[in-house]
Design a protein around this ligand. Structure first.
Ligand SMILES: Cc1cc2nc3c(=O)[nH]c(=O)nc-3n(C[C@H](O)[C@H](O)[C@H](O)COP(=O)(O)O)c2cc1C
Length: 215
């Protein structure tokens, strides 16, 4: 059985809602896991050396390019070695935490993880779960509707066949600030329902994935 690659990006540890939902998915998975905590150990931002190294013969690399490509190689090999994925990417300032964006910039490489030809991306169709907790509510009819720039972006980047092409399921525990912000206290029951649903979805998706895919 290949491993589940579990990538965390919430700056919070035990206080993170996304991480607790991921724990539920992990418990349902039961197989081998490789865990990378981007908050505890951020990867470097993509540098000029990292970009130019991709289009330069490896024998011609400067020391900076060799160092930058080694970072990409390690992260890409870890990504491609997985049979399934679990990402925790909370909403920070309407978008994703910068540590997750830095990781994406390192691994999104044409002819390695991306392929624009008939072949499709290297990890196409592999099962993946995205858990994205958010302090507010973003559903239809709420004042924030249309202001979620995390999930739509990641559903494209992770799930679109012109990007990573994973078989992605998204879980969004909402209103996580309701229990800590007195102004949102009336929304606590909605938050609790959303959180209970998120844990249930985590169990459901892992069960489905292990039934449908040989992971
Ligand atoms: C730096 C930062 C920015 C945030 N920005 C937003 C935001 O734009 N919209 C929102 O609804 N919640 C926002 N929040 C609240 C988080 O989305 C919420 O606390 C969520 O539960 C964080 O995920 P986690 O519990 O997995 O750490 C922000 C929190 C932090 C720390």
């Amino acid at each position: 059985m290949s491993y589940l690659l579990h990538i965390d990006s919430s700056s919070l540890g035990t206080g993170s809602v996304s991480r607790t939902v991921a724990d539920t998915a992990r418990a349902a998975w039961g197989g081998p896991v490789v865990h990378r905590d981007l908050a505890a150990s951020p990867v470097p931002h993509l540098s000029a050396a990292g970009i130019t190294a991709r289009v330069t013969d490896r024998n011609q690399h400067t020391p900076e390019q060799a160092q930058a490509i080694a970072v990409q190689d390690e992260l890409i090999e870890e990504f491609l070695g997985a049979g399934a994925y679990l990402f925790t990417v909370p909403m920070y300032n309407y978008t994703m935490p910068s540590v997750f964006k830095a990781w994406l910039d390192q691994i999104m490489v044409v002819d390695r993880t991306l392929n624009f030809g008939a072949e499709g991306p290297a990890a196409a169709g592999r099962p993946a779960i995205l858990v994205s907790a958010r302090g507010g509510g973003y559903g239809p009819g709420t004042p924030n509707h249309g202001k979620d720039f995390v999930v739509p972006a990641l559903e494209t980047i992770l799930g679109d066949p012109h990007c990573l092409g994973l078989d992605l399921r998204t879980i969004t525990p909402e209103l996580t600030l309701a229990p800590v912000n007195p102004a949102l206290a009336a929304l606590i029951p909605l938050h609790e329902a959303s959180l209970a649903g998120a844990h249930e979805q985590a169990r459901f998706h892992v069960r489905k994935f292990t039934e449908l895919h040989s992971v």
